[in-house]
Structure formats: structure tokens, C-alpha cells
Design a protein around this ligand. Sequence first.
Ligand code: ADP
Ligand code: ADP
Ligand code: MG
Length: 664
Amino acid sequence: MIKKILIANRGEIACRVIKTAKKMGIKTVAVYSDADKNALHVKMADEAYNVGPSPSNQSYIVVENIMKAIKDSGADAVHPGYGFLSENSKFAEALEAAGIAFIGPPVNAIEAMGDKITSKKLAAEAGVNTVPGFMGIIADADEAVKISSEIGYPVMLKASAGGGGKGMRIAWNDLEAREGFQASKNEAQSSFGDDRIFIEKFITQPRHIEIQVLADQHGNCVYLHERECSIQRRNQKVIEEAPSSFLDEATRKKMGEQSVALAQAVNYASAGTVEFIVDGDRNFYFLEMNTRLQVEHPVTELITGIDLVEQMIRVASGEKLSFEQKDIAMNGWAMESRIYAEDPYRNFLPSIGRLSRYQAPLEISEDTRAIRNDTGVYEGGEISMYYDPMIAKLCTWAPDRNAAIIEMQSALDHFELEGIGHNIPFLSAVMDHPRFISGDITTAFIEEEYPDGFEGISLDEKRTELFACIAAMTSYLRETRKRQISGRMRPAGAPYESRVVQINNSKFDVTIQSIKGGFNVALGNKTQHVETTWRPGQTLFAATIGGAKIAANVTAFSGGEIIKYRGSTSKVSVMRSDVAHLLDLMPVKLPPDTSKLLLCPMPGLIKTVNVEIGDEVQDGQALCTVEAMKMENVLRAERRGTVSKINAIAGDNLAVDEIIMEFE
Ligand code: ADP
Ligand code: ADP
Ligand code: MG
């Protein structure tokens, strides 16, 4: 058995691997870049080695640096996690040459599956359904147009070396095929150093459903059912679940068996994932095989009870699988929400900064429900610009899909994150969305349901009343404590003199009465019974209101409370009635006019400024390019105008909302 594992990765996945290694009594070695010297995975491991400066291409993905850490630590095996070196066959070869066990598949399997064109050919030979298309390299734009029209629009242009959603474009006509070909080629060259492009049919209204496979070095291979990952933005997954609400037993079996056939065709050993795209008639087509542990593997672990990392370690040690296909359970339903440092109100652009607050819901594992949270961060830690902006993977499990969704809604309500932009409001909104709840989802879900981007969930009458009630309660409890401190405590049971709660354009008169075991909150002409143990200073308000359990985020400001709950954020004022009366007479303060300014939408580096002072720009014209988290974003003019001032030059690092240029 392996004795000491070096984890060639960072963040949540490094922590995840360390947990299982510890459980198995195996020693662990972390590697870290300069930016990560205080990271959680470093604290969790038995030993840790610095492998270089912060950018991953100078540390985590430099094979020699990792090889040196292996030598220095005396590790006898390496787990690569996902991303970084996990699908790098040169790294696997270097390990083999050094006699170190690679906790992953054999070199030839990584090579065969690492290329989308090669893997598609192999899949077709192994009897796996593939997306109709042209399995060759496209020479130029003319050929791209010719082949696209032969396949029939819409088509998808893809980088053969692609991954992480990069180098991919949809084309609906000849013009888009021509333009998309060049754009994909450029992106593929800059991201992967390999500009080979191929074209396949774009499957409309598809679902992304993938099969987890597990094989040993003795020719045994099983599938651990499917995961559905249709909720995607920019072709990248955000919410995953297992099983899929769409598959029937026969389709599941066919997909599972084809996946096993493909794995066996390349003598696969270890855990791997075969990704499919499934159309509305349950026709399924092979997309690619990921020869590594997948980000969303926890949902499979939750329904099968199998620890995939443990199995990968056992397989790499040469053990045989201890179970057969018929032994693999499919129990209940699991959901995963990827919590990202990205701003859903700004088209999901990455956000960086310090986690001034990070409190995850308690992990539990009971007979009828479970909550699991995989993370690599802690309160006070920093989300840097160097790596993937994923903060945590929050998973819930329950006997059926509806119950798993309800668990997730509540778990998200209890997640407290401050200091950075994050997507919890968006995840909550999806978990509350009737179409998501019904299971009627496709990879176009986010685009179709939030065509203008996510703007937050507006307050309906019920939620307005809920927010008013919460703000009244918290202000009451804050005032009560102030009175206690100043020794001006009122006699028990005396009614809280009435207050006015204002939320958007609604106003309520409230009175609160403390009674045995709770409070009576009279809001207008409705009275609710509220029970809570909330204390001033806490940022999570958990309570039972009118019999229903709720948890909301609360932050006081002078004059009221900012409340965040299930995708809605609102500033609620609480005041004495005489103040409310005077407020009506105050002029309304208008927000500043930013229509003549170009603001930096995210923290980033100015790559180019394309205009000069005095230039007249047209609607849609590129003004400048900002690079953030390895993505280049072109900022365009929203209307015609003349540039009057430019505040930034190429090479400047700007914070969010800094003014890049001004117009007349
Ligand atoms: P999964 O299907 O497990 O989500 P992805 O293909 O989205 O896998 O990639 C997993 C992680 O690795 C992501 O965080 C992604 O950013 C990173 N990644 C994968 N392949 C590449 C690549 N070729 N270039 C850059 N990052 C990649
Ligand atoms: P990556 O290596 O970036 O993960 P994939 O080939 O797995 O690339 O595709 C990523 C996502 O893009 C899929 O999950 C799916 O949503 C979409 N996609 C890929 N190919 C097609 C296709 N032919 N038709 C429709 N959607 C596709
Ligand atoms: Mg993929």
C-alpha cells in the first residue's frame, strides 16, 4: 500500500484528498505557491513544500518543481486533483520514470483522451455514440464554412486540445462559421498552444449528463451511474446532481455500458468520467472523457456511498476492485452548488478579496439528510487573482430530489460570506426556480431564464412582509440590548412602542410584544408569532416565523437593516412614527449619473486602450480590454459619444468601479 501521498494541487481538492488519505492512515504532503503559504491545504497536510511564485505556470504546473518536492519529501505517490497537471501525460511519464505511483490513469489513456479529435475517433470505434460531425482538422475558414453547411447548422466549433469551456463557439450560419473559426483558432492557440479546430453538430436544448467510471489494473471496470450538470454558464458547470431527473433505467444502462467499453478500449485504470450530451429524445452523444477526478464527484459519493479518492488510491496501489457492477447502490438524491467568487449581478465576472466572513453550514450525515461542504478557504483568508475562483462545493443529500433541493435552499440560507462578490444569491434563485424544481432543465437554462443577466429576485408581497418582520425583530432586539446596557430596562412584557418599517415603497406600522417562548409581531393588521435566539452582533438571523423556519443574512446600518435572503437584497428602514412622518417631506436623493463614464467591471489589468481623447465612438465599439483571472474582457461603448478623458493606460491595475474613461 502507498505510504505517503504528495498532492500536486491546491484549494478544496487538495483538502479533499488529504481527508481520505488521513482516514486510510497515509501520510500527506502539500505543495504551495507563494500566494498559498497560509492556505488550508498547507495546514492540513503533514508536510508542505514551496514550489515557486504565485502564478501557477511558475509553481503548480512546473513539472520539475513538483518532482523536486516529491524527492525532498520521500512521497511514494502523487494525487494530481483536477486541472493543473492532472491530465498532463508528460507529468505521468516523469513519475513513472522516477518509480512514483500516479494516482490516476495510465499515460496512454491520458494521451488518447486528452485530444478531442482522437478520443472521438476511439469512442466511435468502441461503439460509443458520438456527435455527428467531421472528425478531422479544419484547414481554413473556407473549409470551415463548407463542412459546417454539410453538417447542417447550428454547429459547434471546438478546439481539439480544449478544456474549461475555452475555444468553443456556436455558429448558426456561414458568416458565423467563418468568424467563429478564426476566433476559436486564436483562443485555442493562446490557451493551449495548439490551434487545431474541429466541427460537430450543435445539439439544441441538450442536457449534459456524464458517467462516472472506475477501473482497476486487472481489467475490471464498473460505472457509478450518472451526474447531470446541465446548469452551466459560459459552458461551465455551476450546479450538478445525481442521479439525473431525465434518464430512465434503460438509457442509464446503455450509457454506463458504453462508458465502460470506452474505458476498456484504452486499458483505463482509476476513476474517470465520460461526458455526454443528451437531446430531448434521450439520444446521447459522447463529448469527451476526463481522465481524472471530477470537480462534481461528491454527488456520486453521496448516492453510492463509495469514496472515489479511496478507490483511486487502492487502484494505484495495485488492488482489485472489491465490488462488481451489481453491488453499486443508487440511493436517494444529491445536489451540488459551486460557490464561486464571482459577481452574478455583473455577468458572473470573477471577484477577488479577503473573506471577511466565511461561515459554512454545519456538515451533517443522518439517515434522511446530509450536508457536505468541500472547501479550501477559511475566514480571513484571501481569494487571489491567480487561481480558479471557486470557494466551496456545497452538497446536500436526501431521499428524493425535492427533499435534496429543500435541503440545499436551507443550506444556502445558512452560508455566510462577506468581503467578496459571490454567487450565493444566484444559486438560491435557481434552487427556488419552478422550472429547476420541475427538473425541466437544459444547458441553456441560465441564458433562457436570465436573458439580461441576474438582477436579483424582486420582493413580492409575501417576501416584503417577511423582510419587514425580520427588520422589526432585529431592531427591537438591538434596542432592548441597548436599554439593558444603559440600565434603562423597561418592565417585562411592556409593549414595544410602535415603529414604522419602510421597505421600497411599502410602509408598515409594527408593534412587538414579548410573550412566553417568543414574540408577537403585529405588522399592519397581521400578527405573526416569532421565535428566535438571535442576538445583536450575529449576522445570520435564524427564526421560526408563523411556524416556518427561515434564515436570512442581516447587517445593521444607522436607521435599519440590510437583509439578504434567497436571491433578494433589500435595505429596510425602521423608525419612530414621527421620524417617518418627517421623512416623507425630505427630497429624494438621486443616484449619481454614471452614464457618461466607463467603469472597470472587475478588478483587473488593463491590456489595451483602443481609443484616444476626442475620438467619437459608436455603439458597440471596443474601448479597452481588461484581463482578470486569465480571461480577456473587451469593454464596448454602450452608445455613441465622444471620449473626453482617459484615466488608465495599458498595464494599470484597476479596482472594481474605477473610472477608466469619460465621455462628453
Ligand atoms: P469539470 O468537468 O470537472 O468541471 P472542467 O473541464 O470544467 O472539469 O475543469 C476542471 C477545472 O480545471 C476547472 O476549474 C478548470 O478551470 C480547470 N481546467 C480544466 N482544463 C483546463 C485547461 N485546459 N486549461 C485551463 N484550466 C483548465
Ligand atoms: P470542455 O473540455 O470545455 O469541458 P466539452 O466538450 O466537455 O468541453 O463541452 C463543454 C460544454 O459545452 C458541454 O457541457 C455542453 O454544455 C456544451 N457543448 C459541447 N459540445 C456541444 C454540442 N455539440 N452541442 C451542444 N452543446 C455542446
Ligand atoms: Mg467537459
